[in-house]
Structure formats: structure tokens, C-alpha cells
Write a protein that binds this ligand. Sequence first.
Ligand SMILES: NC(=O)c1ccc[n+]([C@@H]2O[C@H](COP(=O)([O-])OP(=O)(O)OC[C@H]3O[C@@H](n4cnc5c(N)ncnc54)[C@H](OP(=O)(O)O)[C@@H]3O)[C@@H](O)[C@H]2O)c1
Length: 320
Amino acid sequence: MASVGSATAVVATAFGGPEVLSLTEVEVGPPAQRQVLVEVRAAGVNPVDYKLYSAGRAGDTSKLPMRLGLEAAGVVKAVGEGAEGPAGPVGVGAEVIAYPVQGAYATEIVAPASSVLPKPAALSFEQAGGLMLTGVTAFHAVTAVKVSKGDTVVVHGAAGGVGLMAVQLAIDLGARVIGTAGESGHTCVRQMGAEPVTYGEGLVERIRALAPGGIDAAIDTVGTDEAVDASLALVSDRARIASIAAFRRAPGLGIKLLVNGPGADPGTELRSAARLELLRLVDEDKLRVVVAAIYPLSEAASAHATLAAGHTHGKIILVP
Ligand SMILES: NC(=O)c1ccc[n+]([C@@H]2O[C@H](COP(=O)([O-])OP(=O)(O)OC[C@H]3O[C@@H](n4cnc5c(N)ncnc54)[C@H](OP(=O)(O)O)[C@@H]3O)[C@@H](O)[C@H]2O)c1
């Protein structure tokens, strides 16, 4: 019978800033029925990871030490009985993506088979580890605002993790995309096929100058008052504005808030099904993952400090 092993994992030992992160040894496996033991090669880093242990959430110390990381890519080491994922049976040695999971910042994890999908051959482990969370979020957003052929769409924060995915998905659906970014993000926004525009004072006028025929829909990945106000000024149908970050402003404005916040659409089934769509788009060379930086697990604190500074272009990835 398979025995319990050990893995190295990143944990938050307190609520606070990135300085509370450290490495620890944890027990792992063996996989039970419908579970899979994955040797992690790369884990995607997302803003929610540092928000979960931020000082502002301090309170429930029973959550400490807190394992982190919701997505990973790696190789299957062992499977429990009936290990069938959304794309079919999962076997030992398979290269996979695991999403959603808990505690992906680790050398090994046990994942529910329902979260284990084949890694596209075209993606490195680092790219694959950063595909899903931002990808399903962007998929949710383009679906929520009904992006379709011929639309002109604004993506706020177009050079970020979710933004770059939303740009590519909207373009694949046949839209023209205008993406807000700081000057340093313009090149990568343009490389994805969108037209970059600098955020800040005069944003609405700059977008109107680019699209005098009007804007059909807006996706806000930033949550600033500027992004919300610009969306309201540019898009006449508020049902075609979605935000993943304006938790304070969006409720009551008639715009769609996704996943978190009062009245948010959880999109559970849509997001689960989106995973296979994302794999298809990668296989068809219609979706790329931009890796902004790779850090070892031992430098998770630096990775979080960089991401929290708010100007990453693409995905930050941790590798064991
Ligand atoms: N609700 C959900 O389901 C969900 C899922 C994923 C993420 N989120 C949330 O969505 C937000 C974005 O996530 P992410 O992973 O895309 O983060 P990210 O990779 O850190 O990207 C943030 C981007 O925002 C841009 N930015 C910063 N200030 C801006 C401003 N004032 N106006 C326009 N753009 C600005 C930055 O680029 P520049 O260099 O151009 O400034 C950066 O590329 C986070 O708050 C995250 O927690 C929500």
C-alpha cells in the first residue's frame, strides 16, 4: 500500500505582508479514490494568493499556517482508484495542469482528479502553471459581457495576467480590442493584437478618439474609479460592463461583478467548462501564456512583493 510522503511547501505563518511566508515540510499522499498525486513543476502566482493572508484579513488564526497556490502544472506520480479528470482517465507519468487546487506552492500536491487536465504540449510547465486561473476568469468576463464578432471592447488592465487573456479571447471572438496599460505595457498589449491606450487623465477622450463609432462592452480587471467611470461613460448598456475587481463600486451600478463581492456572479459551471475551451484554444495556437518572471519556491515572498506592486505584465510563476 502506498505510504504518506513529504513535500516542501510555502506557508503563511501569520497574517501580514510577504515577510510572513516561509518554507516548511508537509505530509503528502497517498492519493485516495478519485485523487491524483502530482509532482509540481510550476505553480501560478495570483493576487488572491497574497490577499488571503494580508493584514486586512487578520482574524481567524485557525487558518494558520496557511498553504497557498490555486494552480499548478506537473507530472502525475500516483493515482487513486477511479482517477478520471474532465478530459478522461489520468495515468502515472502524464504531464498535467491541476486547477483548481489548494496549496499549489509545493513540490508535490494531492489534487482531486476532477481538477486534473492534460498539459498542452505547446506550453512549458511554467506557462501551463499560469494558464488556468487568469484564463477562466477572462473567459467568464468575455462571456458575461457577450463579446461577439464586430464588437469594439475595452479591457482595463490589458497587460496584466487576466487582461492579456481577456484581450486574446475577445480577439478570437472577432472583436476589436482597446486595452488600457501603462506605457511599459503597450508592446505586449499590441503583440496580442489589441490597441494599447495609456490610462490616467483624459482616458475617455483617448478611447473615443480611437473608436469614434463607440464602445460596445468593457472588461475591468483593475477596479479603480477611473476604470469604472470610463466604462460607464463609454458603454451605453451596463449589462455589457463586467468587473473582476471593483468590489466597492460595482454593486448598485447595474454592471456585472464576477465571483467576489456583493451580488457577484460565481459562474461556477461556466468556469469549470472553460478549462477545456482554454486547452482547445492553446492547441489551436489562439491563446498564449506570457510568463513575466520565474522565482524558486524559496523566493515566494519576492514573487508576492513584485505582483503586489501592481504592474506585472503576464504571469509570475514559482518553481520548486
Ligand atoms: N473575480 C475574479 O474572478 C478574479 C480572478 C482573478 C483576478 N482577480 C482580481 O483582478 C485583479 C487583476 O488580477 P491580475 O491577475 O490580472 O493582476 P496583475 O497580473 O497584477 O495585473 C494587474 C495589471 O493592472 C495594470 N494596472 C495597474 N494600475 C492600473 C490602472 N490604474 N489602470 C489600468 N491598469 C492598471 C498593471 O499594468 P500597468 O503596468 O499597465 O500598470 C498590471 O499589468 C486583482 O485585483 C485580482 O485579485 C479577480
